[in-house]
Design a protein around this ligand. Structure first.
Ligand SMILES: C[S@@+](CC[C@H](N)C(=O)[O-])C[C@H]1O[C@@H](n2cnc3c(N)ncnc32)[C@H](O)[C@@H]1O
Length: 262
């Protein structure tokens, strides 16, 4: 455990320990998870232009420069929230006010809300960058994009879906079970690539038969952010797991699965 972890202060045990608080925290965790689940389903429709009322290519007609600025601000808001609130230092600070058992659920809720704001206020940039005329190739790209989303979902279950999205923590708190400290693991896909979830997002965002300027802006900026996020995340992982993670970085590639770890 890093030195910082020991500085993590949570709401007094007398508060967090009460039965009613545990139950309220559990319900809060369930609610935050459901908001996340609706958000990620909406994200699939938003990016792929399917089913949902507001997609990446629909919305208020806006002059190009204004649309780009608004969209960049929306993505920056998400990136700052998603990265700053994930850092140990931030967690050490805000768990003075947010009880530790619901810290992850609150993080997930904030991330979901910033994404829903992005979906709602996103300005379309309809200029077509590419439009794949060949129907077979178009179907292949749509299938590839779906495969990217499947890779995201399956990888979250491989690494620990319910811990990632806060349910594990509030359930353990409800039943009075300690949440185990983070453990380094390389299950299944993680033996081939260090970041299969992020690889899934990249595939899902770029595999589009019709790529508009708005979709391209979204894919390019989110891909850039993914690399920034990986750098921050791996710095934390080296702090947490030391040489074990350093050797893992040597053995297994970041995003392109080309060799299996020994
Ligand atoms: C949203 S997940 C993304 C995981 C990975 N970057 C990916 O793309 O599949 C981020 C969380 O997974 C944790 N994590 C990433 N790789 C890990 C590993 N090999 N073992 C244990 N935890 C890991 C990070 O500490 C972070 O809390």
């Amino acid at each position: 455990m890093s030195q910082l972890d020991h500085q993590v202060h949570s709401i007094g045990p007398e508060v967090a320990g009460s039965r009613i608080f545990k139950f309220i925290a559990f319900l809060y965790g369930i609610a935050a998870y459901l908001v996340f689940f609706v958000t990620i389903l909406y994200a699939i429709g938003f990016v792929m232009g399917l089913v949902v009322p507001k997609t990446i290519d629909t919305g208020t007609d806006t002059p190009t420069a204004e649309a780009v600025i608004i969209n960049l601000l929306l993505m920056t808001l998400f990136a700052v929230q998603h990265s700053v609130m994930a850092r140990q230092r931030f967690k050490a600070w805000w768990t003075q006010f947010v009880p530790k058992p619901v810290e992850r659920s609150t993080y997930v809720l904030f991330a979901s809300l910033s994404l829903l704001l992005l979906f709602w206020q996103w300005r379309p940039l309809p200029t077509v960058v590419w439009d794949v005329g060949n129907p077979d190739l178009a179907v292949t790209l749509v299938t590839l994009s779906f495969a990217g989303w499947v890779l995201v979902f399956t990888s979250t279950f491989i690494i620990n879906h319910f811990e990632l999205f806060g349910l594990h923590q509030v359930t353990n708190h409800l039943v009075g079970k300690e949440t185990a400290p983070p453990r380094f693991k390389t299950p299944l896909l993680y033996k081939f690539v260090r970041h299969p979830i992020y690889l899934g997002f990249i595939i899902a965002f770029w595999a589009a038969p019709v790529m508009t300027a708005g979709h391209l802006l979204f894919a390019a900026v989110t891909t850039l952010y993914i690399f920034v996020g990986i750098a921050l995340e791996e710095s934390d992982l080296v702090d947490l797991f030391g040489d074990e993670y350093r050797q893992y970085k040597q053995r297994v590639s970041m995003l392109i699965p080309w060799r299996r770890s020994v």
